[in-house]
Ligand binder design. Structure first.
Ligand SMILES: [Zn+2]
Length: 623
């Protein structure tokens, strides 16, 4: 939301003036290679230099983990800053004075004040835990749970005393009113209308945003006391549970080093993990991960390992959350904990090594979902098998690469005792169906980028070319229309280029800003880091020709499909009109210019009319 508070022109101006190679070079050793600078990526464990910076475009991109963006994005990731802070840092570096009302205070007049209250509350709870008398029971509890003093300090653990209004008075003495405390869920009103502390006689776990600001609290009841086991701060202007990943700012370095994040459910699990040295662990505070939580994680890693209690892991809410992560382009794996076991217990009994072993052996999302789907036993009937297959096929379709997809298909064939072809066939059907990609416009399959066919290559090449020569946009639209892409991600990029063209600022940066999904940004940056391989005009014509051929082929197949259905139904009239359509299509310039094409259409037409021919050719029955 701060994004809107700083005038766009100022941001664009700063980004344009910054020397991205110099700024990144101060933090990451870079070497010049051709027109780019390359180095080892600071955001994942990089053995080969996959990290590329281009001064010309003012962008960086890692071919290993997909991290990329402009100089502000780099500062946000590397220094763990928010957008506004990154702008301020960059302005400072360039000696630019930002207008006064720019910045966090402007976003919300209360925000700074609320954060100050929460900081003070944390300090109050900390002091109570340290107090020899007041905090004794809580310290004993934490000692029994094996939480060391260092860990208590690192996670800023505290204790809310029994007293009815200790915190209330503490904050009032510092000039804050009970209404604002109530707003943040720190105090509540009794039936008689008096204010009192909301958390009483509980161990306190501060909850932070990803920058380390305290935004709320979790509170656990002491053993042997009454009341619900856990209480959370209510949601407020600064705290939204579904937008928060517990411990993220403490785990960022660990995540980078490990190359993946591990997500557990509760605070205690995350804390125990860090104490053992597993510093890439965060908690989701509930088992149903949200899209916002996924986006936060995707800022720092491409791979997420889930470690929930065995009992909770297979529930519908959890599975939906895992699908969401996959949809965001993250690779998802699941640690299968036995029922009744939690990460805290595993760490205590098996130590760091045992834990890392489990993480290493984590199942792929598909294996895990298959296990859940077959919890009642292996299906024996065809309908039973298909029911299982359809539950997991969307995950196969979204899998990371062609290789992963093939592995998945093999696994399914083995587990369900179906032929490889049957599964591949179902998969093909599914990929054709819209329900797999319900919000087509915002979602993409960035992985397709690594396995382009000729059409995909032409689309990508065309987009790359247009970024350098946006003047050709009109030519392309006149010749091919608006909706000629076979790859949804390409259509997204093209649409944004059309929108951004002509606006002030570097086209690539404007487009990048508008691409919301990590997968889209990834595809776009990958594209940008390629060079245009020759004479632009010749390439343009070549790409357009390839795409047009693809479109024509699609149109023909559609008509042939219609023809086949009409014949199957014995609808002579439909057959006749479809044949006319086909002739008309072939008579168009594009259709007859290419002799081979006409010949192929004829063959396909024959095959459609005499299905047994296809079988003789060894073609799959439905393709
Ligand atoms: Zn990387």
């Amino acid at each position: 939301m701060y994004r809107d508070m700083i005038p766009q022109e100022i941001v664009h101006d700063l980004v344009q003036r910054a020397d991205i190679v110099a700024l990144i070079g101060e933090r990451v050793p870079l070497k010049q290679r051709g027109r780019h600078h390359v180095g080892r990526c600071p955001f994942h464990q990089d053995h080969t230099p996959s990290f590329t910076v281009t001064r010309e475009k003012g962008l960086f991109y890692c071919f290993g983990c997909g991290a990329g963006g402009n100089v502000l994005k780099f500062l946000m990731l590397f220094e763990n800053l928010g957008f506004t802070e990154a702008v301020e840092r960059l302005a400072e570096r360039l000696g630019v004075v930002l207008p006064r009302d720019v910045g966090r205070e402007a976003a919300s007049p209360h925000r700074e004040r609320h954060l100050a209250i929460l900081r003070l509350a944390r300090d109050f709870y900390r002091a109570c835990l340290g107090d020899p008398r007041t905090g004794a029971a809580a310290r004993e509890y934490l000692a029994r749970r094996g939480v060391s003093a260092e860990t208590q300090a690192r996670f800023q653990l505290g204790y809310a005393p029994v007293g009815p209004d200790g915190l209330l008075k503490f904050l009032q003495e510092r000039g804050f009113g009970p209404e604002e405390m109530e707003c943040l869920g720190l105090v509540s009103r009794t039936a008689g209308g008096r204010y009192q502390d909301y958390f009483r006689d509980r161990v306190i776990f501060p909850i932070w945003d990803h920058r380390g600001n305290v935004v709320g609290f979790g509170a656990r009841v002491l053993e042997g006391r009454e009341g619900p086991k856990y209480l959370n701060s209510r949601e407020s202007e600064v705290f939204r549970k579904g937008h928060t990943v517990y411990g993220l700012h403490l785990a960022v370095d660990g995540i980078r080093r490990a190359g993946h994040a591990v997500v557990v459910e509760g605070y205690m699990d995350a804390i125990a993990a860090h104490q053992c040295g597993a510093c890439n662990v965060v908690a989701s505070m509930g088992t149903s991960l949200t899209r916002e939580q996924g986006r936060l994680l995707a800022r720092y890693t491409r791979e997420v390992v889930i470690a929930y209690d065995g009992d909770a892991a297979g529930t519908a809410g959890v599975l939906r959350g895992l699908d969401l992560l996959q949809e965001l382009g993250l690779e998802v794996r699941v640690i299968g904990l036995p029922p009744g076991e939690d990460p805290d217990g595993v760490l205590r009994t098996r130590g760091l090594e045992g834990w890392q072993q489990l993480a290493q052996e984590a199942k792929s999302l598909l294996e895990f979902k298959l296990e859940v789907a077959m919890a009642g036993g292996r299906p024996r009937t065809i309908p039973g098998k298909l029911a299982v297959l359809r539950q997991v096929l969307p995950n196969v379709a979204r899998a990371g690469s062609a290789v992963a997809r093939e592995e998945h298909v093999k696994l399914l064939a083995r587990e369900l005792d179906l032929s490889w072809e049957t599964i591949a066939d179902e998969l093909k059907q599914l990929r054709r169906n819209d329900w797999l990609f319900p919000d087509k416009d915002s979602k993409t399959d960035y992985n397709m980028i690594t396995e382009y066919d000729g059409r995909g290559k032409a689309e990508a090449g065309l987009l790359r070319l247009l970024l350098d020569h946006p003047g050709y946009l009109d030519t392309v639209r006149e010749s091919l229309g608006e909706d000629f892409f076979a790859y949804p991600v390409h259509r997204r990029i093209f649409d944004e280029m059309v929108v951004c063209y002509g606006q002030p600022g570097e086209l690539a940066h404007l487009v990048l800003e508008r691409l919301a999904e990590p997968a889209e940004q990834d595809a776009f940056l990958r594209l940008l880091m390629c060079d245009v391989p020759g004479d632009p005009e010749a390439l343009l014509l070549d790409y357009m020709r390839t795409i047009r051929r693809g479109l024509e082929r699609e149109a023909r197949l559609k008509i042939l499909d219609r023809l086949r259905r009409a014949e199957e139904q014995g609808d002579l009239q439909a057959v006749r009109s479809t044949l006319t359509d086909l002739q008309r299509l072939l008579a168009t310039k594009g259709g007859v210019r290419d002799g081979r094409t006409a010949e192929r259409v004829d063959r396909e037409g024959q095959e459609a009319r005499y299905p047994h021919l296809r079988r003789n050719h060894g073609l799959p029955a439905k393709c």
